[in-house]
Design a protein around this ligand. Structure first.
Ligand SMILES: [Zn+2]
Length: 543
């Protein structure tokens, strides 16, 4: 049998077969039984959580001639639906039919009575993709719908649906399906197909699917086309380029023991072998989280992925503050690469930041006083507070600095520097310089003076650009590619107003002036030997 069809074969044909969303189903059933059916529903929630499936089951149930807890499967309505041939149940995929014309067509038809059933049901999938004019065309019908018409809007992005439409719908929030239920369903299907599996493999698949049943089944299909006997952990790791727990601990060790080049090589290997970096990032976060939990109570029973030995191993190489910093860095990767682009680049930057935190910590530890030792015993919560304070302080100083740069900003300088953005696309496909494209592409030129350029960016992105290594790298890039001898400073978009306020204050104090911008030495091209040395240290030297 071909496994391309697992999802379709096991698509629920009854409410009782749906995984998760029990409350929604209960409310919908009660509405049918008590004959209190709304005219418009909004099904909102992540992909693969059953929105369309439940919409179809609901459409079937309200048209069934003999609905009890489930549709009867025998009446004309049920039979027509089974053949996918019910004239009154109309599905529209807004992703491909998002125009006002498609909606007008629907609106014109709503006044005709249903042909076979009691209700005409319009299921609009990916409803957030409808254009504004399409929504407005729909709105009039939603305001005064004919009695026999029901709309079900399904969407992964409810905030994009205009409020006037939202307010006319009864809304249901679909939640991600929990791992336990997903695993149970997968095992049920595999058993039914007479296939083998091991629990750990199913666990990995459930993690990868992130609460979406459809994704889980399509991963299973992929695994079965790789090995038709069943689903095994080894195969899952291989096919998805996932790494074992030990390998993840090894990467964290490399980062925290100063072998950053090794860690990055390790990462690139995983990437080149087709590894899923998002999954790796989530796993690293899980591993660190478990080590932190273990540090707090020292009990193995709260650990899912790590053994107590592995948790202790991690705590030996990094302290709690470092691990909390790791979490911040890795979380930024997930935020920044939400469109699944530039993952490698962001993850490499995160590794560098994680390693730098280690260095700072080590320097501090050299100067350690007894006070520090007392501090070590403070709780994780206190540490987190401490870090938060430091971060707040840092940002505040930056804002003052950036505001003072604005004092000498000039329009002519900004116009000149716009060349960087005009040419940025050219670097998109250059292996060496792609990273610089990635760093700046989502930023916006804000102001320039003769020594500095201020760009606007998301908070996480601004932090990356402002880290010393990246800043130096960008400086190098500007000089070599554009002959622009300036430092780039990134400003968190949300702090723009604040900075302008500080700027006005400074401008009123007449003595204030822009600071002298310190620039790094210009790096000369490295020879191959130097590159090797940077990557591998002196260990390659032949004596
Ligand atoms: Zn029926």
């Amino acid at each position: 049998m071909s496994y391309q069809v697992l999802y379709r074969t096991y698509r629920p044909s009854k409410f009782s077969e749906v995984v998760g969303q029990e409350y929604i189903i209960k409310i919908l059933k009660n509405a049918i039984k008590s004959n209190k059916i709304a005219h418009a529903y909004l099904f909102a929630g992540p992909r693969g959580t059953g929105k369309t499936t439940i919409a179809k089951l609901f459409a079937k149930a309200i048209n069934c001639d003999d609905f009890k807890e489930e549709a009867c499967e025998k009446c004309n309505n049920c039979l027509a639906l089974k053949e996918n041939n019910h004239p009154d149940i109309i599905e529209l995929d807004a992703a491909s039919n998002n125009g006002v014309d498609n909606i007008r067509e629907i609106v014109e038809q709503v006044n005709y009575a249903p042909i076979l059933g009691k209700y005409k049901v319009y299921i609009i999938d990916e409803a957030h993709m409808l254009s504004d004019s399409a929504f407005n065309a729909l709105l009039k019908t939603l305001e005064e719908p004919p009695k026999h018409v029901i709309f079900i809007l399904a969407t992964t992005d409810p905030e994009k649906i205009i409020p006037t439409v939202q307010s006319r719908c009864q809304r249901f929030n679909f939640s991600k399906i929990n791992k336990y239920h997903m695993k149970k369903k997968m095992i049920e299907i595999l058993k039914n197909e007479g296939l083998e599996y091991d629990e750990e493999a199913i666990e990995e698949v459930a993690v990868m699917a992130e609460g979406g049943m459809r994704d889980a089944l399509s991963i299973l299909e992929q695994m079965l086309s790789y090995n038709e006997k069943g689903v095994y952990k080894e195969d899952v790791l291989k096919v998805f380029g996932l790494s074992s727990i030990d390998e993840k601990i090894k990467i964290l060790k490399e980062i925290h023991q100063g072998n950053i080049a090794q860690a990055i090589n390790h990462l690139r290997d995983i990437y080149q072998n087709g590894g899923d970096l998002k999954h790796l990032t989530i796993d690293l976060l899980e591993v660190i989280k478990e080590a932190l939990i273990f540090s707090d109570d020292g009990q193995e029973k709260l650990l899912n992925k790590l053994s107590s030995i592995q948790a202790q191993e991690l705590l030996n190489i990094a302290n709690i503050k470092q691990l909390l910093n790791d979490i911040d860095c890795l979380k930024d990767v997930l935020v920044n690469s939400r469109f699944n682009q530039n993952f490698l680049s962001y993850l490499e930057l995160a590794f560098i930041k994680m390693a730098n935190q280690t260095e700072i910590k080590q320097e501090k530890e050299i100067k350690t006083t007894q006070k520090e030792t007392v501090k070590q015993t403070s709780t994780i919560k206190e540490k987190a507070e401490e870090i938060k304070k430091e971060v707040v302080q840092e940002v505040k100083e930056d804002l003052d600095y950036i505001a003072s740069l604005l004092l000498s900003a000039k329009k002519s300088e900004k116009e000149h520097d716009a060349i960087i953005y005009n040419r940025l696309e050219l670097y998109k496909n250059e292996v060496d310089k792609r990273k610089l494209y990635e760093l700046l592409i989502d930023t916006e030129l804000f102001a320039s003076n003769k020594d500095a350029i201020v760009v606007l960016a998301d908070k996480a992105q601004a932090n990356i650009i402002n880290s010393k290594d990246v800043k130096d790298e960008l400086y190098d890039f500007l000089i070599k590619e554009f002959s622009i001898n300036k430092i780039i400073y990134a400003l968190d978009k949300n702090k723009r107003k604040e900075v302008i306020e500080i700027y006005h204050k400074l401008a009123n104090e007449k003595k204030a002036s822009s600071p002298v911008v310190e620039k790094p030495e210009i790096k000369k091209e490295m020879t191959n030997e130097e590159k090797l040395k940077e990557l591998f240290g002196d260990s390659l030297k032949v004596e």
